[in-house]
Design a protein around this ligand. Structure first.
Ligand code: ATP
Ligand code: MG
Length: 337
């Protein structure tokens, strides 16, 4: 459905990715992982079309619908929570407006026996039919279901979005994406803003989602519940496994063990050949044999071992100086919304 071909991104001299390629298929639920700064957010931005790659191509079919929840974003206020969530249904809302206009016009017309009036009635009928077929009558109950699922209370629905913290506004954005049901959902650390109940609700929602999902998360359980494929960004390349995160870790371990074993074997073979060459290269009777071993050495394709992430952090908190007996002294303090 989306083809990523030979994609490269670099900042100054450092490559974030170098010629990575993969396909996103219709029903793939992909967990995108990698250490901090590996380029997960950058990759999502590129797939969403908000950022251009330095080299390579992203091919999408025309009209493909993509919903993208960024890791951080700015919010516009001005609407209530319910109204804002409802904007997910742009086309249906327009249709609803049109129907309201037509209804209004019909009720004011007096030429009820003309063709023009009949045309108007037909238009209204068609629009209503379309509205109903597109699920217009379920729109509000869908909004309700998703908002409640993501932790909003009914009393929040009529509050202005400005009154909510950044984390809660992210939930509204997430709600809009889920309501739009795009063919591809890109989510950059959605669980950062959610409590346990909402995470569980989102898990259920995404698990049974019939479109494609690319999900960045540091929450292993969440990844395991939702994904059936794992792509890890490691040293500018990707590892791609048809498995959820836990299974992926096992497969990667197995792969590393195999890789290490073949590496050790190869090292032994190289050592053996080199010793032979070293010993016999000056000896006329063995010169040809030594030469053929030199050739063999040149031919060997050297196995490389994957770079491992051993990055670690250490903290030390110095003893704080003793605070005064009174930390805050307030009188008649108030705050209201
Ligand atoms: N415009 C830019 N110019 C220079 N470097 C950049 C730019 N944008 C991103 N980077 C660098 O690219 C790297 C990848 O950033 P990105 O946000 O994609 O990582 P990430 O995998 O999402 O990390 P995290 O887990 O912290 O969210 C980082 O080292 C970042 O500093
Ligand atoms: Mg990121």
């Amino acid at each position: 459905m989306i083809s990523i071909a030979k994609l490269s991104v670099h900042y100054s001299a450092r490559y974030l990715f170098k010629e990575i390629s993969f396909l996103i298929n219709h029903n793939d639920h992909i967990g995108l992982t990698g250490k901090n700064g590996a380029g997960k957010s950058t990759l999502l931005k590129i797939i969403s079309g908000l950022q251009e790659p330095d080299e390579g191509e992203i091919a999408k079919p025309n009209g493909l619908t993509v919903g993208y929840l960024p890791q951080e974003m700015e919010h516009q206020g001005g609407k209530t929570v319910f109204e804002e969530a409802l904007t997910a249904f742009g086309e249906l809302l327009e249709l609803q407006n049109k129907i309201n206009h037509l209804t209004d016009e019909v009720s004011h017309r007096t030429d009820t026996h003309t063709d023009a009036y009949m045309d108007l009635l037909n238009d209204m009928h068609d629009a209503s039919e379309r509205f109903s077929m597109m699920g217009g009558y379920d729109m509000e109950s869908e909004v309700e279901k998703v908002l409640l699922g993501l932790g909003f209370m009914r009393t929040d629905f009529v509050r202005n979005t400005d009154e909510f913290s950044g984390g809660w506004r992210m939930r509204i954005e997430l709600a809009k994406i889920l309501l739009q049901k795009p063919q591809v959902i890109l989510l950059d650390e959605p669980t950062n803003h959610l409590d346990i109940e909402s995470i569980q609700w989102l898990e259920e929602f995404l698990k049974t989602y019939t479109g494609a999902i690319v999900l960045v998360s540091h929450d292993k359980i969440f990844l395991d519940m939702v994904t059936n494929r794992t792509i890890e960004i490691v040293s500018g390349k990707i590892d791609d496994y048809k498995a959820n995160y836990s299974r992926y870790l096992e497969l990667r371990e197995e792969r590393k063990t195999l890789q290490k074993a073949s590496y050790d074997n190869q090292q032994k073979e190289i050592e053996h050949l080199e010793k032979f060459v070293e010993r016999f290269k000056a000896k006329a009777s063995k010169a040809t044999q030594a030469q053929s071993r030199v050739k063999a050495l040149e031919k060997i394709e050297r196995i490389e071992i994957d770079e491992e992430d051993h990055a670690a952090m250490r903290f030390r908190f110095p003893e704080p100086p003793r605070a005064g007996a009174v930390v805050v002294d307030s009188k008649d303090l108030s705050k209201s919304y």
